[in-house]
Design a protein around this ligand. Structure first.
Ligand SMILES: *Cc1c(COP(=O)(O)O)cnc(C)c1O
Length: 471
């Protein structure tokens, strides 16, 4: 399998070449040249496979530069009941007639990002050892991504993590999750500033090509193809559990920010998984909902990006959206460039409302969308506790509300549970008046010793810290 850039660069690459890379050289995103097709007999064969073996089968269709036995071992090592809490790895439960929750948040950091990041950690360690190379991952986080990356890379040979976060601005639970890690290869850097300062520092360091090369700086952000690919697997696993023996279609609702998670659903659908509808659920930061309703994609400025109670969906633009639009415009790279380079570059928006392609968004690609507010989240959290004795986190609540707006009679609706409520305890308390239960292994983590350095919002200070800690 070869990979191309959405922006038309002539080079083709193999999986392990793009594994450790970010954007393509022309600023585009990597996609496979074609989507491998999965037909009914294959689905039947895969139906009863344990999750790790299902992952191996799907990944094998996209990865031909890792020997199969090695890839199988990597999947087996990644998706274990010890790490993900159950034999099913992503157990499905029925909430009400035809509406299901797929649990993706029982990994080490209690958010779905573990599903991909745990695999990435093992793939990185494997590939770096094979090359005799090292990698220093530099990132900025306001919560879920940073902790998922740290728990995936802790103790891995050849990898160090330098994770910046805004000092004092993460929830105490999230801080404790990250800062209590004592592994030598994990470096927490609390920046006296806001999340944007952290992101600016990461950008500035990555733009210093001399420094980047000398210190082998890399990232693990959501545009990484391997992360997206790992997420394709749980759409198949959710489908098998929701259909229990027949091949009827299933719909999915996905709490969305950077469009990574739901883009994996799009890939699964393009492979032939019988997905009826893909519902994109957003919060008040409704860049995506606006596009799916109107055909206009309008990037927001910082001042128009709201801090909400589903913070992992607070985005000004959706970094993976370009992948879907590439398929939507018939994989026409020139057209894609006119939208993402010319239109977004000059006006921070593009408009497909008058074009035939926009009709296909729903008709051919199955997308729908909804938007929620803080009041909706509180109401959904309360209602879900009252009627089903189940607690959901604010992101999953955005999903549940959206799902109910797009039900199709006779088609099971699977809502992806993207985090556990304990991560967002303050909002649960606001909705319910009590704290959610805490898994035993997180009891008292706020009191553990913390490993973190505090640095000013200054690029040179961060560079100096990295240089000191890479010998
Ligand atoms: C990251 C995240 C999301 C958004 O996922 P995308 O892939 O960026 O669309 C939703 N919910 C939670 C809890 C997250 O951590």
């Amino acid at each position: 399998m070869n990979y191309l850039s959405t922006r038309g660069h002539p080079d083709r690459k193999r999986f392990c070449e793009i594994l450790l890379e970010g954007l393509a050289p022309d600023g585009g995103l990597y996609l496979p040249e074609r989507y491998p097709q999965v037909h009914t007999p294959t689905l039947a064969k895969w139906r009863d496979l344990p999750y790790a073996e299902l992952a191996f089968e799907i990944l094998s269709l996209y990865i031909d530069d890792i020997p199969p036995a090695d890839l199988k071992a990597i999947c087996a090592k990644t998706y274990t009941p010890e790490v993900f809490g159950s034999e099913e790895i992503v157990p499905l439960r029925e909430l009400e007639d035809g509406v299901y929750l797929e649990a993706l948040s029982n990994g080490p950091t209690l958010a779905f990002k573990d599903m991909a990041m745990q695999l990435l950690g093992n793939l990185f360690e494997y590939e770096l050892a094979r090359r005799g190379a090292e990698l220093n991952i530099l990132g900025a986080t306001s919560g879920d991504t940073g902790s998922a990356a740290e728990y995936a890379m802790r103790g891995k040979k050849g990898v160090r993590v330098f994770m910046t976060s805004p000092d004092g601005r993460m929830s105490p639970f999230q801080q404790a999750q990250m800062f209590s890690l004592q592994d030598e290869n994990i470096h927490n850097i609390a920046i006296t500033g806001v999340f944007d300062d952290c992101q600016d520092i990461v950008k500035a360091v990555s733009n210093d090509l001399g420094f980047k090369r000398k210190y082998r700086i890399g990232t693990v952000n959501s545009i990484n193809w391997a992360r997206l690919l790992a997420q394709v697997v749980y759409y198949f696993a959710g489908y098998f559990q929701a259909t229990g023996g027949n091949d009827k279609p299933v719909s999915f609702t996905v709490p969305s920010g950077n469009f990574g998670n739901v883009c994996a659903g799009h890939v699964a659908r393009m492979m032939g998984l019988p997905i009826h509808t893909l519902v994109v659920a957003t919060n008040e930061n409704d860049v995506l909902d606006e596009f799916f309703r109107t055909g206009i994609y309008r990037v927001r400025v910082a001042a128009d990006t709201h801090e909400t109670s589903s913070p992992s969906m607070d985005i000004s633009k959706a970094s993976n959206f370009e992948r879907f639009v590439f398929d939507l415009v018939g994989r026409d790279a020139a057209k894609l460039r006119s939208l993402f380079v010319d239109d977004l570059g000059s006006q921070a928006r593009f408009d497909l409302s008058g074009e035939p392609a926009f009709k296909q968004v729903a008709e051919r690609f199955g997308f729908k969308s909804s938007r929620s507010t803080h009041a909706d989240r509180l109401a959904t959290i309360r209602d879900t506790e009252k009627r089903f004795a189940t607690l959901v986190d604010p992101h999953t609540a955005d999903g549940l509300k959206a799902a109910r707006e797009h039900l199709t009679p006779g088609v099971p609706m699977v809502v992806l549970e993207t985090a556990l409520p304990i991560k967002f305890a303050a909002t649960l308390v606001e909705a319910l008046g009590h704290e959610p239960a805490r898994p035993a292994r997180f009891e008292g983590i706020e009191a553990l010793p913390k490993r973190v350095v505090k640095l000013p919002a200054d690029v040179e200070a961060v560079k100096a810290y990295i240089a000191q800690n890479c010998d």
